[in-house]
Write a protein that binds this ligand. Structure first.
Ligand code: AMP
Length: 198
């Protein structure tokens, strides 16, 4: 039997607004938003062992190795707050991560309920990231690094969406426009799949 809540992924290029939408959706469904990028950044800030291991990958806009990322997610999904569902933001990003996520879920007899793709064009996302660079000072928001992150997304992560489409899980949502409007679009698309917010 399905437990309440929902098991969701949010996927999209850097700058599409995943983090902002993820916290709103998580609040609406009463599930934790789990952002691998946020967890890595906290570890870098706190200079933990993991933080020291991942800092150079993050600064250059490269992906953190799959083993480190998979272990982090496996641990986080074992917390009791994720028993009834979760929203993963920024994971999986590679075929190996997608395979590992399947394994983690099937071990607990769980399935994903939907995969939200936040669609945004490149010019807009680059402009947003450059703006964020001046506001937040993230070390990976410089122009060269942004280009590298977009390229990695197109090459390694976007192809994963075919997999979820084949499984009938993919919901594409236009990520451009007012934040509230985008949230409304996502909630509407999920409700159409029978996933009503709490
Ligand atoms: P994000 O905040 O999702 O844009 O992630 C920021 C950075 O964290 C990425 O550029 C990667 O260096 C690292 N990262 C976050 N999630 C992953 C992941 N699933 N696999 C590999 N690296 C990741």
């Amino acid at each position: 039997m399905r437990t309440p809540g929902a098991r969701l992924l949010i996927v999209g290029p850097p700058g599409a607004g995943k983090g902002t939408q993820a916290s709103r959706l998580a609040a609406a469904y009463g599930i934790p938003a789990i952002s691998t990028g946020d967890i890595f950044r906290e570890n870098v800030r706190g200079e933990t062992e993991l933080g020291l291991q991942v800092k150079s990958f993050m600064d250059s806009g490269s992906y953190v190795p799959d083993d480190l990322t998979n272990d982090l997610v496996a641990d986080r999904l074992s917390w009791t707050d994720a028993d009834g569902g979760f929203l993963l933001d920024g994971y999986p990003r590679t075929p190996a991560q997608a395979a590992k996520l399947d394994e983690m879920l099937s071990r607990n007899d769980h399935d994903l309920d939907a995969v939200i793709e936040l669609v945004a064009d490149t010019d807009e996302t680059v402009a947003r990231l450059l703006k964020r660079a001046t506001l937040e000072g993230r070390s990976d928001d410089t122009e060269d690094v942004i280009r590298h992150r977009l390229e990695l997304y197109a090459r390694q992560t976007a192809p994963l969406l075919d997999l979820y489409e084949d499984r009938g899980l993919l919901t594409q949502v236009d990520g451009l426009g007012d934040i509230d409007v985008v949230t409304g679009r996502i909630l509407g698309a999920l409700a159409q799949r029978g996933l009503k917010a709490a």
